[in-house]
Ligand binder design. Sequence first.
Ligand code: CA
Length: 234
Amino acid sequence: MSETARILLAEDDRALRQSIAAALRGGSFTVEAVSDGVQAAQRLREEPYDVVLLDIGLPFVDGWEILQQIEGRRQPSVIVISARGEERDKVRALDLGADDYLTKPFGADELLARLRAVLRRVRSTGDAGVARAGEVVVDLTNRSVTRAGAEVRLSPTEWVLLAELASHPGMTRDHRTLLGRVWGPAYIGDRNYLRTFIQRLRRKLEDDPANPGVIVTVGHQGYRFGSSPLARDR
Ligand code: CA
């Protein structure tokens, strides 16, 4: 995998910003660093980045607001870096479209590993084919999703999860497999990620998210795209 990915780093702590930027450059990433939310929002409007490393506690415009501005865009992926280690902050960040959440303090190795994992999953879903469930059509080749003919906008991780389900239509994908394939082996016990993203996808894809027909819950095992294998060609 090429590691020429462009990273925007938004962190107001000068020492931390410099050390993270140095670690990223050492990992052969192209890095641009900003120190407040106004600059971050402006850069995000002007430039295409692969990943944003986003501090939540930023001056002027905080990370929550930046997340809301990015939500629904296919790029960039977002890794939140925050001193808040509480589960509800993590869930809130994921719910607002973050792809991952890293609690400070963290080491350079862990940061680089998370970054590579995010890039890998965004870049690895190139399987051919089209899968359908009801009015939802997932085009795995062109990486697009429509619902009743209208394009549905997904975040990078929403797309990877949906593609993982839709590339095996009608088949149950268990929790651990989905967590491992979408987020990585370190996440196979972290059901919050999966639950949150399934809810987000259902809000975008289902007529009645409480009674889903596109992403179906299969007992306590996992999830399935569509009702049966035959749904694919209907
Ligand atoms: Ca901060």
